[in-house]
Structures are given as C-alpha cells and as structure tokens.
Ligand binder design. Structure first.
Ligand code: B16
Ligand code: MG
Length: 212
C-alpha cells in the first residue's frame, strides 16, 4: 500500500505533556479532597477534558452539578496552561523532528489529529506552529476519541482518504478511533499492545521502516 499521509496524535506521540496533565488534575483533585494517582492518570490518555474530569469524580464522595463541573474543568485548564509555559522547542525530541522531515522528503503529507483544545498553544511552545500540512484538534470536533471525527477531519484537510493515511497513536482510545475511521493504525507506547493496531513501534523512527 502506498500511503499518502501520516496523521500524528500530539500528546504522547510528538511530545509528552502527560506529566503536566497529571500535575494540573492533581492540584484540582487535592483541593477537592479526591484521591488521584498516576494509575488513575493513565485512564485519561487521549480522552477529552470533560470525560477526564468525570473519571476523576468517580472517586468523589459527593456529586457535582454540570455548572460546577464546567468550573472545575476550566480551573484544571488554567493550571495546565501555566505548566505548558515551561515547554520549549527543546521538548520536541530531535529524532522526532528529523523523522518527520525524512517522511516529508519521502513524499508524505503530515498532519495532527489531537483531542486537545490546547493543540495550537503546544505546537507554538514547541516552535512548530507552521510545520504540519494540516491540524485538526479538540476545538473543531464534537465527539472525541474513540470516535474517529478528529482523524477524519485531519484527512479531509489533507485531501486524502482514510485508507491512504496512517494514524500514529499512544492511546487505546486513539487506536479504536483510527480503526473506526478506516485508517492504518500504528500504536506506540501503551497503544503498541492494542490488539487492533495494524503495526507496533517503540520509537517514531520506526515509521521509516514502513515507508519506502
Ligand atoms: P485538553 P491527544 C489529549 O491529547 C490528551 O491525551 C488527553 O489526556 C487530554 O485530556 C485531551 O487531549 C484533552 O486535552 O484539556 O488540552 O483539551 O493525545 O489527543 O493529543
Ligand atoms: Mg495521545
């Protein structure tokens, strides 16, 4: 199969913001007196902000109104955005950038498909705001992963069919989304072990093995 494009998930694939997500949720959970640890944090990978909050609130002794939940999600995001200001272009691994440049040199279009509503801020912190041929993110979709909406939008913006594109994902919800959309799903990190992944890698450079 001759692929025309690669759509990358952002958090956990291009860069690692999970410790910032963890710290930001932990600040909120501590304030509310809700237990929250790294294991709970693993369940939040790739899922939307509000779904993440609902997972955290499973351990809350009390129920909250929708209005309170919106305020909590906003509070976490303010914590998170402050932490993102610590990111610099040095947080983009050199090997990741070099691999993406080589993939482009081999004729592929490169896109982002991220659930994050902070995608543009993160790309800007990494110094790659204008690097991708198309970016689809959490601000443009109504259904988050495992729904394929964000990847279908990225493919549409790139002008390719799902069957012509690879999706690279670190989250199980992302592999499910990629397969539901008809993409070739490459799993990395936790998602490398997902049974529905078409191919598993343990570093971004391994993408060069499947692209001639
Ligand atoms: P935000 P991805 C996802 O990004 C993260 O993996 C997930 O942990 C987060 O809850 C979600 O974005 C929403 O992020 O609060 O910034 O809108 O992995 O799809 O790039
Ligand atoms: Mg991810």
């Amino acid at each position: 199969m001759q692929f025309k494009a690669i759509i990358f998930d952002l958090d956990g694939v291009i860069c690692h913001t999970d410790h910032y997500h963890f710290q930001a949720w932990k600040q909120l959970a501590d304030r509310l007196g809700i237990p929250f640890n790294e294991e709970d944090n693993d369940r939040l990978r790739g899922v939307s902000r509000m779904e993440s909050l609902n997972i955290i609130l499973e351990k809350s002794p009390r129920l909250y109104s929708d209005q309170e939940k919106l305020a909590f999600a906003e509070e976490k995001n303010e914590n998170y955005k402050k932490l993102l200001m610590q990111m610099t272009p040095a947080d983009l691994p050199e090997k990741t950038l070099a691999t993406m440049q080589e993939l482009r040199a081999r004729g592929l279009l490169l896109g982002i498909g991220s659930s994050s509503r902070n995608t543009k801020l993160i790309l800007s912190r990494l110094g790659i705001s204008d690097f991708f041929d198309a970016v689809a993110d959490g601000t443009e979709i109504s259904r988050s992963k495992p729904d394929p909406e964000v990847f279908l939008l990225a493919a549409e913006k790139l002008g390719v069919l799902p069957a012509e594109a690879i999706v690279v994902e670190d989250a199980n919800a992302g592999i499910q989304a990629a397969k539901a959309g008809g993409f070739f799903a490459v799993g990395i990190a936790v998602a490398a072990g997902h049974p529905a992944a078409d191919y598993a890698i343990n570093s971004i450079q391994m993408l060069l093995d499947i692209i001639e």
